[in-house]
Design a binder for this molecule. Structure first.
Ligand code: ASP
Ligand code: MG
Length: 398
């Protein structure tokens, strides 16, 4: 009997009807002879609404209290799903991250999983119950409730699959799998039957939206078979696989990440760059596509961490490390992700060329082996995705 870890995202548990739909799926899967551990996200926009609530009572809520608040979202869905399963005669029991023994470091809002004890989940499995686990949360060694960062339920699922030695980890979402572009923006976007871990990490980091990048890294590191599926269809989804045999794909995806903002920092001297990276790693703030040149560093970061960066910049200025810092919310990263850019120095040029023919201004461009990222005006992000997809995926000019 195979043990499968399934994870259902916010839209998949977004309403009572959706929760009942999932309960039916789980019940069927169990009837086929599988043992199931199910990780859930908060219903629909619950997490955003909770963040909004916090902002209404406090200008600068502490990260600890935010974690207390946000973990409530997943708690609602896990209990409701467990009830819906019971109604179908499926024995189920829900657990918070802390009850599951998901032990994290102490950094609130961006904690990392250190280990998973999982005793209660194992016991539930042994008793033939479906264990339902709240995603995105854990507990520190000092018994503080923590969250893993936005979108962290995927990471809970993969980590749990690895800890329990599950046969596979199925991530259920509201699209059929991993596409060459957001199908809501590009109607003819291709659905890939499989994508390599490395390319998937790049896609996820650059705004593909379907998987949390850390979950893909974990799946690669611990050899967890990972698959992205639609909770509302019976399609086969996309498997995330090792690199072998993937060479034929050139461009795998075109993404725009509207959740990012562009930061420019002018340093007093190059050596203080390490102070900046230290802030980022200690507070788990993202730095995507950094470019450093002549004492100035530019990078993209999550829009929601703007206030935190501002605080760090003030401190670094007070310490005499920075000349200036600017945050530009009007520029967002658009990326072309694929396999063999390292063998083609002209890829960045191609991207800039395609965009300039459409009169889409490109202010910065960075190339790496697996991705080309450019900054374009937020209002032009979707046009940029459409034209790049047309030229590089649909026509395949390169
Ligand atoms: N509910 C959390 C969020 O919206 C975690 C997740 O969905 O994975 O970020
Ligand atoms: Mg969510």
């Amino acid at each position: 009997m195979g043990l499968i870890v399934q994870k259902y995202g916010g839209t998949s548990v977004g309403s009572p009807a959706r929760i009942k739909n999932i309960a039916d799926r789980i019940s069927r899967k169990r009837d086929e002879g599988n043992q199931l551990v199910v990780v859930v996200s908060a219903m629909g926009d619950t997490t955003d609404e909770l963040i909004g609530l916090a902002r209404n009572v406090s200008k600068n809520p502490s990260h600890r209290e935010m974690d207390m608040l946000l973990t409530a979202g997943e708690r609602i869905s896990m209990a409701l799903l467990s009830m819906a399963l019971a109604d179908r005669g499926v024995p189920a029991i829900s657990f918070t991250g802390s009850q599951t023994g998901i032990i994290t470091d102490g950094s609130h809002r961006s904690a990392r999983i250190k280990k998973i004890l999982g005793d209660r989940v194992r016991k539930a499995i042994a008793e033939k119950k479906v264990a339902i686990v709240a995603g995105f949360q854990g507990v520190s060694e000092t018994k503080e409730i923590t969250t893993l960062g936005r979108g962290g339920s995927d990471t809970t699922a993969v980590a749990l699959a690895s800890a329990l030695g599950a046969e596979s980890c199925e991530i259920y979402t509201d699209v059929d799998g991993v596409f060459s572009a957001d199908p809501r923006v590009v109607a003819v976007a291709k659905l890939w039957p499989c994508v390599s871990h490395d390319v998937m990490v790049e896609m996820a980091t650059r705004g593909a939206g379907v998987l949390h990048p850390r979950s893909v890294e974990l799946a690669k590191q611990y050899d967890v078979p990972l698959i992205v599926l639609n909770s509302l269809s019976e399609k086969l989804g996309t498997k995330v696989v090792s690199m072998k045999g993937m060479e034929e794909f050139n461009v795998t995806g075109v993404t725009a990440d509207k959740g990012k903002i562009l930061v420019t920092v002018e340093l007093m001297r190059p050596t203080v760059l390490s102070a900046l990276f230290q802030c980022s790693s200690e507070s788990h703030l993202t730095i995507v596509s950094p470019i450093f040149s002549e004492g100035v560093i530019k990078f993209f970061t999550d829009a929601e961490s703007e206030m935190e960066w501002r605080k760090h910049f003030e401190e670094l200025k007070a310490q005499g490390f920075l000349k200036s810092s600017t945050i530009d919310p009007l520029l967002v990263p658009v990326s072309v992700v694929g396999n063999r850019f390292s063998q083609d120095g002209g890829a960045l040029n191609t991207v800039i060329d395609i965009l300039s023919k459409e009169e889409i201004p490109v202010s910065i461009g960075v190339a790496s082996a697996l991705a080309i990222t450019v900054a374009v005006p937020r209002t032009k992000a979707e046009d940029a995705v459409k034209v790049l997809h047309r030229q590089l995926v649909e026509i395949g000019e390169r």
